[in-house]
Design a protein around this ligand. Structure first.
Ligand code: SIN
Length: 283
């Protein structure tokens, strides 16, 4: 197995491993270690049956359903989501920087995406490392966020989507009433690497706890701009058979919606944090 870093701070491509046949537990432990070190790992040219793909996901934790009424799941496999954009569709899923499930009190550990149909160009996914972003925060910002908690709201995501696409109900309307906001510390300690991470994101975070959006936005926007510095993110170009696995505890991602006229289909698995994981602490 070969590991090649994608950029200085985020992403590693793992090659010379066939996930369709590899059953060696040490190999999967090593993949997980590379994930922890790089926030996201990529594989190319994998030919995975549905069963084999599910098995890959289960090696890293329990697979859970998102319970979104607007995301299709594979027949007989409700934990396997189909993220498809048709050639004539306008909106996609995920075209804002976000961390999966940050609006939940117990967000998932990881997400895995496997490409089954890709456009000839466009449709890349961007990944940012929020631990590297915390490390490089100027001292005044580190001071400013100390002890703060932020509100993560699904309603805010929907409102922003409405403004961006002009047609939110088509994609997201039926999820409107399904979840409530939650709060998380702005700086959390990654439970396995021990690194501090910035845990706010533009899709879900509108304000700090105890502050209005107007009071919160100037500082939030500075944090968001900082995470989006080119040093902190990489861009993944999909091919059929590519697989990405990211650690939501230390990564943002963004699905670029620039391939109108072509279809794109991904199979997605959501991996819950291992049961033994200690709660992330506030600092
Ligand atoms: C997502 O936000 O989970 C979708 C990412 C993608 O389709 O690239």
């Amino acid at each position: 197995m070969k590991v090649q870093k994608v950029t200085g701070y985020v992403g590693a491509t793992i090659s010379e491993v066939d996930l369709a046949t590899c059953d060696d537990a040490d190999t999967y432990r090593y993949i997980y270690r590379v994930l922890l070190e790089n926030a996201v790992v990529f594989f190319r040219d994998q030919e995975l049956s549905i069963e084999r793909y599910l098995e890959f996901g289960r090696r890293f934790g329990e697979l859970i359903r998102n319970n979104s009424p607007v995301i299709r799941t594979m027949a007989d496999h409700p934990e396997l989501e189909i993220i498809r954009k048709e050639a004539d569709a306008i909106s996609n899923i995920g075209d804002e920087w976000h961390t999966d499930q940050s609006h939940r009190p117990d967000p998932c550990m990881g997400t895995i995406l496997y490409a089954v149909e890709v456009p000839s160009h466009g449709g890349d996914t961007l990944f940012a490392n929020t631990a590297a972003a915390y490390d490089s925060l100027p001292d005044d910002l580190k001071q400013a966020v100390r002890g703060l908690r932020a509100v993560h709201s699904p309603e805010y995501l929907l409102r922003q989507t409405a403004e961006r696409t002009g047609d939110p109900d088509k994609l997201f309307g039926s999820t409107r009433a399904t979840s409530r906001p939650t709060t998380h510390p702005v700086v959390r300690v990654h439970p396995e690497t021990g690194r501090k991470v910035l845990y706010v994101n533009p899709a879900y975070t509108e304000n700090f706890e105890g502050q209005t959006p107007e009071q919160s936005q100037p500082l939030l926007q500075r944090l968001f701009s900082h995470v989006q510095r080119p040093e902190h993110y990489c861009r993944f170009r999909w091919r059929k058979g590519s697989l990405a696995f990211w650690d939501n505890r230390q990564a943002w991602h963004y699905a670029v919606n620039d391939y109108h006229g072509s279809a794109r289909e991904m199979r997605r698995l959501i991996v819950r944090a291992p049961a033994h994981e200690p709660l992330a602490q506030a600092v």
